[in-house]
Design a protein around this ligand. Sequence first.
Ligand code: NAD
Ligand code: UGA
Length: 480
Amino acid sequence: MVKICCIGAGYVGGPTMAVIALKCPKIEVVVVDISVSRITAWNSDQLPIYEPGLEDVVKECRGRNLFFSTDVEKHVAEADIVFVSVNTPTKTTGLGAGKAADLTYWESAARMIADVSKSDKIVVEKSTVPVKTAEAIEKILTHNSKGIKYQILSNPEFLAEGTAIQDLFNPDRVLIGGRETPEGLKAVQSLKEVYAQWVPEDQILTTNLWSAELSKLAANAFLAQRISSVNAMSALCEATGADVTEVAYAVGKDTRIGSKFLNASVGFGGSCFQKDILNLVYICECNGLPEVAEYWKQVIKVNDYQKTRFVNRVVASMFNTVSNKKIAVLGFAFKKDTGDTRETPAIDVCKGLLGDKARLSIYDPQVTEDQIQRDLTMKKFDWDHPIHLQPTSPTTVKQVSVVWDAYEATKDAHAVCILTEWDEFKKLDYKRIFDNMQKPAFVFDGRNIVNADELRQIGFIVYSIGKPLDPWLKDMPAVA
Ligand code: NAD
Ligand code: UGA
C-alpha cells in the first residue's frame, strides 16, 4: 500500500488529501499539522473549514484510509510520498518585506523531512512557492540526506474556495513538474498514477520544475488581472453612463476572451491573489525586470483603488460624513460559500468607514465575531501565520457590533453595504429593511447582486458598481 503524508491541514491540504483518499482507496493518506486545534477539528464533526461537499467526503474516508494527526514526524517517516502544503505568507520584515514569500514554514518542514526520513521519498510542493524553490528544498534535503534519495516535484493546486470539492473532482488540469532525469521522470509517473485514478490522462500535464512553479503564479496573476481590468472599466462606466455588466458581457462573448471571471466587484480578496502577485513582482525585480514588475504591480494598485473608491462613494453620498452613523455591512467573507476572511475586501472597506467614525453592524452567515474583531485589529500580512504566532488583540473595535441576522444589522441603519455575494442577500425582504432604516436610506452594492430598479421603487438610493449612477450620487461626486 502506497503511503501519502501531507504536511499542512489547511484549506488546501485538508480537501485535497480527502479527495485523494476518496478516489484512491488503496492509498493510505495521513494529513499532519503542528496546530493541535486544527487536527482536533478535522477529527470532529465540526471541520475547521466550511466547504460545500467536504463533510461527505471526509465522513466517507476518515478512519478508513484518511487520517488526521499531530504526530508529524512519525507519519512523514513512514510515507512514500510527502506533500508539503504549509502556508507561504508574504514577508513582513527584513529583505523583501511586503513582497517576497516567507519560506520559514516551508524550510522547517523540509528540514524535518530530512531529520526523520529513513527511506527514499518523493517530496511534492503543493504550496504556492517562488520559482526555483524546489532547488532550495533539494539542497536542504541532499545536504542532510544520510544516503536517502529524494525526488522533488512541483504539483501546484488550482482549487478555488467555495468550489474546492468540485474543482478537485473535475480539475481543468493537474500540473506536475519534475526533474528531466530518469529518477525525476519516474517520480512524475508515480504521482501521475495517483491522479489518473480519476482525472483523464490528457488533463494531467507534465513539465519541468520551473515551468510548474511559475505556471501557478502566472495563473493567479492572470485571473486577478481580469478582475482588475473589469474593475478599472467599472470606474469608467460610472463616469460615462455605460453599464459594466453589459460591457463585460459584450467583451466576454469574444471566444478569445471568454465570459468567466469578469464580474466587477468591490475588489478581489482571498489568501492568494495579492500574495502571489507581490511574490511575482519581487521575483521580476530580483531578475532585473523592473518593467515587468511594474506591470503586475498595477493589478494590486487597481484593486486597492477599487476598495478606496467604494468607501469614498459611501461617505460622499451621505453628505461627506458617516460619523456616528450606523452602517450595516452584509457579508465579510472574501466570497460566498466560505467562512474565509483572509484579505477580504471587507477589511479595508470597514477600516475605511471606521476611519470616518462610522458605527458598523456586521452580519455574515459564516464568519464569527471573534474572527471579524481579529481581522479589524490585525496588521497587514499578519493573518497568514499560525494562530499561536499571531499577535493577540486585547482591544476590540468598539464601534463594531457583529450580529447574526441581516434584519438586525440593518435596523435603524443609515446605509447598507453589501460586501459578499451570499445568495441569501438576494432574497431579503428589502421593503421590510427600508421601513426599519433611517431616511434617506442607502444601499451600496459592492457585488452587484440586488435589483437596483426594484430597490429604487421601494425608496432606496442605490449605488451598484459600474452601473449608471442614481441622480443623488451624481450630485455628490466622490473624489478617489
Ligand atoms: P493554511 O494556512 O490554511 O494551512 C497551512 C497549514 O500548515 C496550517 O494549518 C499550519 O499550521 C500548517 N503548518 C505550517 N508549518 C507547518 C509545519 N512545519 N509542520 C506542520 N504543519 C505546518 O494555508 P492554505 O490556504 O491551505 O494554503 C497552503 C498553500 O497552498 C499556500 O502556499 C497557498 O498559497 C497555496 N494555495 C492555497 C489555495 C487556497 O484556496 N487557500 C489554493 C491554491 C494554493
Ligand atoms: C483563486 C483561484 O481562482 C484558484 O484557481 C487558486 O487556486 C486560488 O486562488 C489560490 O491559489 O489560492 P480563490 O481565491 O479561492 O481562488 O477564489 P476566486 O473564486 O478566485 O475569487 C477570488 C476573489 O476574486 C474573490 O474575492 C472574488 O469575489 C473575486 N472575484 C472573482 C471578483 O471580484 N470577480 C470575479 O469575476 C471573480
